[in-house]
Design a protein around this ligand. Structure first.
Ligand code: NAD
Length: 498
């Protein structure tokens, strides 16, 4: 289906806004009947009231998740049958693609073009990829003495809580759900309070695909109540978390305070994008560099938020990026032709504005943008913003802003570029642009980041390649076969042969 004004309007008019918890195969209100208001950043209007999961809802969901796990209905189902159910789920996501895209756009303000043409297809691909891999993996036999046979097998870890952010609501959830479910676990999903609707909707879709009741639950709620209670729960075996480093550190503490549950963390970044003067195509690099920070309104964990440019091309290159940014202004997220949409909420908008003021005070030069815009809509919008003459010790070069704000820093030598790139608490991603293959490989080896993009920035990302961070960008990986390890235990069995 191709997106146009007519089909958007038609589906939006019939849209049902999901609002309840999903536990043991059915929708229900929070036992306490508590709820929270869900506001759309497109216009500041209330969308609905969403049930707010409290400790007793969590206890119920965990109990059901544990019961079904122990029964083996899903955990012991042969992999090729689990595969069929997840493939069916992928088909259902395709069927409801526009509806789910609208829910995410209305919830967090990103454009319908992004949700429909990027988030949904990549989510579907991710589910299909994990479904297809699961019945092609083998366990191991150790090279031990002939008197023994040592079996090394993998088992599902048990009950997994997936706690996810709002910047790609469905997509980030799928990155956890697909590998966790396919390995036979029970999964409790906690979406971000800013973007709960698509997560709630997929509860019924997984049931429709044939997932047994209890295996998957959705508990909407905030971090300090719902998220924290999940992390402290003694009958949850693993928390798979995507979000800020600040909360990631709390999740590690909660694990230590409770049952030492396994913790996987995908956290923030302040990723360097290095442009060497010998880059073969500076126009292409400028286009990609602008996209790397202004795409998804800059609300991207791996955004290329530090543009590190070699001195001799600095002026020309920043000029090119500035020109391109003029076509990356925010506009109505529900218009299929919009490039960028709204910032998730007023708190995040104010945070971005605060950082722009900090950048000015720190002495960086504001080259482009720097303002809240589209105030008449009642929504939250910010202009693409570029600072130059940034030094890497400034706050705007060290702290994650999570908005459309680019800090440009210049360098003279290869060594200096790598020093600047690595001078960060984060290590999620990096870009390197050069036509010298030796320089590119050397840079890739020396940069402390989970992913290095050479002569592109995030262009070819798909489900096959693991994604995750060095340093305070996280622990473990999403995507690729590596992500399965988050959700598996290793069992060693010694058999004596007599
Ligand atoms: P956040 O850390 O505020 O929230 C993330 C999730 O954690 C939400 O569901 C929230 O409700 C929950 N939470 C908050 N406090 C909690 C607590 N005390 N205990 C348990 N759960 C709690 O992050 P955010 O603002 O939703 O998302 C933005 C952050 O996510 C950025 O730092 C971004 O870089 C990061 N992110 C990382 C990746 C990655 O793959 N590395 C991907 C997307 C986003």
């Amino acid at each position: 289906m191709k997106l146009n004004h007519e089909n958007i309007k038609e589906v939006k008019n019939k849209l049902i806004y999901p609002s309840e918890l999903f536990i043991n195969g059915k929708y229900q209100k929070s036992i306490s009947e508590k709820s929270f208001e869900n506001i759309s950043p497109i216009n500041g209007h209330k969308v609905n009231s969403v049930s707010f999961a409290q400790k007793e809802d969590i206890d119920l969901a965990v109990k059901k998740a544990r019961e079904i796990f122990n029964k083996g209905t899903w955990s012991n189902l042969p992999p090729n049958q689990r595969k069929k159910i997840l493939l069916k789920f992928a088909q259902l996501l395709e069927r409801d693609r526009l509806e789910l895209s609208l829910l995410d756009t209305i919830d967090m303000g990103k454009t319908i073009n992004d949700t429909f043409n990027a988030d949904l297809p990549t989510s579907i691909d991710n589910i299909e990829w994990y479904a297809e891999i699961i019945d092609k993996l083998f366990d191991d036999i150790s090279p031990s003495s002939s008197e023994y046979m040592g079996l090394i097998t993998k088992e599902p870890i048990g009950v997994v809580a997936a706690i996810v952010p709002w910047n790609y609501p469905l997509w980030m959830a799928i990155w956890k759900i697909a590998p966790a479910l396919i390995t036979g676990n029970s999964v409790i999903l906690k979406p971000a309070e800013q973007s709960p609707m698509s997560a709630i909707k997929i509860g019924a879709m997984l049931s429709e695909a044939g997932l047994p009741d209890g295996v998957f639950s959705v508990l909407a709620g905030d971090g300090p109540t719902t998220g924290k209670s999940l992390c402290l729960h003694n009958d949850i075996d693993c928390v798979a978390f995507t979000g800020s480093g600040e909360v990631g550190k709390l999740v590690l503490q909660y694990s230590g305070q409770s049952n030492m549950k396994r913790v996987q963390l995908e956290c923030g970044g302040k990723s360097p994008n290095i442009i060497f003067a010998d880059c073969a195509n500076l126009d292409l690099a400028a286009e990609a560099s602008a996209y790397a920070i202004f795409g998804n309104q800059g609300e991207v964990c791996s955004a290329g938020s530090r543009l590190i440019v070699q001195k001799e091309i600095e002026n020309d290159f920043i000029k090119k990026v500035s020109e391109i940014s003029k076509n990356m202004q925010p506009s109505d997220p529900l218009n299929p032709n919009s490039f960028a949409g709204a910032i998730v909420n007023t708190e995040q908008l104010e945070k971005i504005d605060r950082y722009v003021n900090i950048g000015k005070k720190e002495g960086a030069y504001l080259e482009v943008g720097g303002n809240i815009t589209m105030k008449d809509t009642g929504g939250s919008y910010f202009e693409p913003t570029i600072f130059r003459n940034v030094s890497n010790d400034m706050k705007i070069a060290q702290e994650e802003i999570f908005g459309p704000v680019l800090s440009t820093i210049s360098f003279s030598s290869f060594k200096e570029a790598i020093l600047i790139a690595n001078d960060s608490q984060y290590g999620l991603a990096a870009g390197v642009w050069t036509k010298d293959i030796n320089k590119a490989i050397k840079a890739s080896r020396e940069i402390k980041a989970g992913t290095v993009y050479i002569n592109n920035y995030e262009e070819g990302v798909d489900s096959t390649i693991p994604l995750g961070g060095y340093k305070q960008s996280g622990i473990g990986r999403d995507n690729g076969p590596q992500a399965l390890e988050n959700y598996l235990q290793v069992k060693s069995t010694w058999i004596k042969i007599t």
